[in-house]
Every structure is written in structure tokens, then in C-alpha cells.
Design a protein around this ligand. Structure first.
Ligand SMILES: NC(=O)c1ccc[n+]([C@@H]2O[C@H](COP(=O)([O-])OP(=O)(O)OC[C@H]3O[C@@H](n4cnc5c(N)ncnc54)[C@H](O)[C@@H]3O)[C@@H](O)[C@H]2O)c1
Length: 266
């Protein structure tokens, strides 16, 4: 489906892999011009080639580099209509008193400071243009309890940052929202042994399965587009019912449903 967005420019930070790459592919197929931005210059370039977009390399931890990026993109391609921020740092599990503090700081630096840096640089330009839409990628863990004692708080900070900026820039016609994916089958996740999670992940999810990166991209593209013109400061959970089913463990988990063939009523 092509909508009426014509050739509006979307910048996807962390666009070279996983959910960001799915956003680049989907948005390109919907008629957006896409700038793929990532720390991984080679992967960004090859995806840009595949979708007919452009690519840029940046480390979002550096405000100076991010400001330079925003100014380069604007000079080369004109105003940015939409910003998607999917870049993140991840962590293994540690009890709080064994948590390496360098790791804790680096997760915060990418996820909180980095996300703020790009929102600040691109948001200021959108305010000047009196239009724009930002979608920050948070996580289901922002909304509940998890053993990820840096990643979890960093994602909660992204949800709150999003709400603050939505209030700050709303009167200038700039919308700021977040999307919270649940367990999503990106290559980074599927490459890891399942033992990182509970033994049967799918039984913890209302829909009984994990999320495809393209399903996250659908929500992101919706929020980025004018179809979401009255939506700002919200967080959209795309988690196959992980959060909603999180208390079902006390009752033995979400029930399995008999297959159609076995059901007596069908
Ligand atoms: N995959 C999941 O299950 C899941 C679940 C919830 C939330 N999320 C969130 O979705 C987003 C994408 O996750 P993913 O699984 O696609 O990850 P990914 O590792 O596949 O992609 C992240 C991209 O960000 C880039 N990046 C990392 N640090 C950067 C930096 N400092 N500057 C610029 N780019 C940088 C990486 O090079 C990579 O291309 C993240 O915000 C993550 O927290 C993912």
C-alpha cells in the first residue's frame, strides 16, 4: 500500500539491522525516502543500496557528531519529516551488586543520552519547519519488572523522554511517540540460545508467539505518518500480549486453545 506521503524523508537511526532495518524496508515500500543511519557503516550502505535510499554513519553518543549528521542530511536532502530511533545498547543479566559499572554507564549513554541527542538535533529542525514526527523505540520491559538493571531503566527513560518532548514541541506541530516491542525475532535475538529467556517463551505471551520485526515496523510507520495526526506522547505496545499476560503465570500460564480440527464446536 502506498499512502499519500509522497517522498517525505525519514531518518532511521540504528537502521542497518533488526527492527530499524525492517522500518527502512517498510517505509521505503510505502513511498518514503529513507536515510539509513547506523554505527555500522557497511551494513547501512548495503541496505540503502537495496532500498534505493541513502546511508550515513554516526555514533549517537556524540552530540557533536549527531548535530553534524542532522545538518549534513538537511543540506543534502532537505527537511526531515520523520525520525525513527531504533539504535540501542544491550546487556547480559547481572545481579545489581555484580553489575559492571562501565557496562551500566554505556547502556545509559547509548539508550538515554544517545536517544536524547538525536531527538534534540532533529527535533529542533522539525520545530523550525513546524512539522515532523518522531518515533523512539522503547521496550515492553519499560512497563514492568525485569532483571535487566540498566537496559530496563534506560527504556523507561525513553518512554518518559518521549512524553516530555511531545509536550515541549506539540504546539509547533511536531509529534513524538514511542513504540515498545516485546520479544522480537531480529537476527540479534535469534542468534542467541533460547536459554537466555524462560524455557518456553511463547507460553508467556497471550498470542503464543513472538513478534516479527515487520509487525513492529507497521506500528512505527503508522505513528510516523499523518494517519496518526492526532497521536502524540503515546507508547504503542507491540508485544504479542507479553505485558497483558504477565500475571497469568500465577494461574499456570495462558491457556492453550484446541486446534480447529479437535474442537467439538467447529
Ligand atoms: N529485538 C527485540 O526483541 C527487542 C525487544 C524490545 C525492544 N527492542 C528495541 O528495538 C530496537 C532495535 O533492536 P534490534 O533487536 O533490532 O537491535 P539490533 O542490534 O539488530 O539493531 C540495533 C542497531 O543499532 C545500531 N547502534 C548501536 N549503537 C549505536 C550507536 N551508538 N550509534 C548508532 N547506531 C548504533 C547497531 O549497529 C544496530 O544496527 C532497540 O531499541 C531495542 O532496544 C528490541
Amino acid at each position: 500500500m502506498k499512502d499519500n506521503l509522497g517522498s517525505r524523508l525519514c531518518v532511521v537511526i540504528g537502521g542497518a539491522n533488526g527492527i530499524g532495518a525492517a522500518c527502512c524496508r517498510l517505509m521505503s515500500s510505502r513511498g518514503w525516502r529513507v536515510a539509513v543511519v547506523d554505527l555500522d557503516a557497511g551494513a547501512a550502505e548495503s541496505l540503502a543500496k537495496e532500498i534505493g535510499g541513502s546511508s550515513y554513519c554516526v555514533d549517537i553518543r556524540s552530540l557533536d557528531s549527531v548535530e553534524q549528521l542532522a545538518s549534513d542530511i538537511e543540506r543534502e536532502q532537505g527537511p526531515v519529516y520523520s525520525l525513527v530511533v531504533s539504535a540501542a545498547a544491550f546487556q547480559d543479566r547481572y545481579p545489581p551488586d555484580e553489575f559492571p559499572m562501565d557496562l551500566w554507564r554505556s547502556v545509559m549513554q547509548v539508550n538515554v543520552e544517545g536517544t536524547f541527542n538525536v531527538n534534540r538535533a532533529f527535533g529542533r529542525r522539525m520545530v523550525r519547519e513546524r512539522k515532523g514526527s518522531i518515533v523512539n523505540i522503547a521496550s515492553t520491559v519499560a512497563h514492568g519488572s525485569s532483571p535487566l538493571h540498566a537496559y530496563g531503566p534506560s527504556k523507561a527513560a525513553i518512554v518518559n523522554l518521549t512524553r516530555g518532548l511531545a509536550g515541549q514541541w506539540g504546539r509547533a506541530g511536531v509529534r513524538v511517540n514511542s513504540v515498545s516491542p516485546g520479544a522480537t525475532l531480529t537476527p540479534r535475538v535469534t542468534a542467541r540460545p533460547l536459554g537466555r529467556y524462560a524455557s518456553d517463551v511463547n507460553s508467556q505471551l497471550a498470542l503464543g508467539r513472538r513478534v516479527d520485526p515487520m509487525e513492529v515496523a507497521e506500528g512505527v510507520e503508522f505513528l510516523a505518518s499523518d494517519r496518526a495526526s492526532a497521536i502524540t506522547g503515546t507508547d504503542l505496545l507491540i508485544d504479542a500480549g507479553w505485558l497483558t499476560a504477565s500475571t497469568w503465570g500465577l494461574y499456570g500460564g495462558v491457556p492453550a486453545i484446541e486446534s480447529e480440527a479437535e474442537s467439538p464446536n467447529e
